[in-house]
Design a protein around this ligand. Structure first.
Ligand code: KPL
Length: 323
């Protein structure tokens, strides 16, 4: 199976390395030529959570190019699936610059972003692409251009996106469905617990609230996920964000599991040594996803007439520290 991966951040490197190791034909597209040169020279190195080098994927077993050379996907090197592994804020740019010239051939794009709103935006731009949303809790942290720590194993759920609902596999042909099943088998062989899902809406909003409670607080206090559990005042603020979020979900008729609060604490425990993606962005001086996470909850609240003062404050506080 041919997999193209756009973005060589932590998840991009991890998936490229593991999928190439599992026998897929992987093409990795990186933003900078420096990174391309480094990866062509060194391959991809994957470390485990204890910092031990687990595997080196030699550069001979996959392709790597700068994104500026991105080309038509329909040749023999074409992709069965393209994984979009850039930040939410870069999704529209990627769609306009990379994918819009290749409308009409039924390419499959799997989008791994946090937050909400980007799938609808993509659907407007890429009218002839098959869009998939992916929700993953794999934990990864990039070291240099070519090494990545697989900090924690998670679950990856993916499914076809077709608004006004979120996903529906029912309108797919048998052939498409069987290709989707092959993708899941490939991901499993690569070591990622993966599922085809028809209830992605539920998973997207579950992840949204998990990220809205954990990410901004770790970014503001510059602490690891597990440290959130170490003090009463931290837990109190988390709970406040959680309560405002669930009030919005109730008002918008978004289903959520009644033990979601416990699940959030479990995520903090399971990823206790991890630096959240938002803290990483703040430390790297990159733009964060705060507007599409807490901002998204505020906007939903406004539409439903539910006040979300804590999410608003946190959103603006994070905006104030990002570059
Ligand atoms: O998804 C995450 C993120 O950092 O974006 C969590 C689940 C909080 C793990 O760090």
């Amino acid at each position: 199976m041919n997999i193209h991966i756009i973005g060589a951040g932590s998840l991009g490197l991890l998936y490229a390395g593991r999928l190439a190791e599992a026998g897929a034909r992987v093409t990795l597209w990186c933003r900078g030529t420096d990174q391309v040169e480094c990866i062509r020279h060194k391959g991809i190195m994957i470390y485990n959570a204890s910092g031990i080098l687990e595997t080196v994927i030699p550069p001979e077993v996959f392709e790597v190019y700068p994104i500026s050379d991105y080309h038509d996907l329909s040749g023999p090197q074409g992709s069965d699936y393209t994984f979009l592994m850039v930040k939410q804020g870069k999704v529209a740019e990627a769609a306009e610059e990379l994918f819009m010239p290749y409308q009409g051939t039924g390419h499959r794009l799997v989008c791994f972003q946090n937050g909400t709103g980007h799938m609808e935006e993509l659907q407007k731009l890429l009218t002839h692409w098959h869009l998939y949303a992916a929700v993953t809790t794999e934990g990864a942290a990039r070291g240099s251009y070519y090494d990545v720590v697989h900090a924690g194993s998670g679950d990856t759920h993916l499914g076809r996106f077709s608004s006004p609902g979120i996903s529906s596999l029912s309108d797919e042909t048998d052939q498409e469905q069987s290709l989707d099943h092959d993708l899941i088998k490939l991901l499993e062989r690569a070591g990622f617990r993966s599922f085809l899902s028809k209830t992605l809406e539920h998973l997207i909003y579950r992840k949204l609230l998990i990220n809205a409670v954990i990410n901004p607080l770790t970014a503001l206090w510059r602490i690891r996920n597990g440290e959130l559990l170490e003090s009463g005042p931290r837990l109190q603020l988390m709970k406040q964000l959680y309560n405002e979020g669930t009030a919005v979900y109730e008002a918008c008729a978004i289903p959520f599991e009644r033990d979601l609060w416990k699940q959030i604490l479990d995520v903090c425990r399971a990823t206790s040594a991890n630096t959240s993606s938002m803290l990483k962005d703040v430390l790297n001086g990159s733009a964060t996803e705060i507007s599409s996470i807490n901002g998204s909850i505020v906007r939903m609240g406004e539409r439903a007439g539910v006040q979300t003062p804590s999410h608003y404050l946190i959103w603006k506080l994070v905006e104030g520290i990002q570059h």
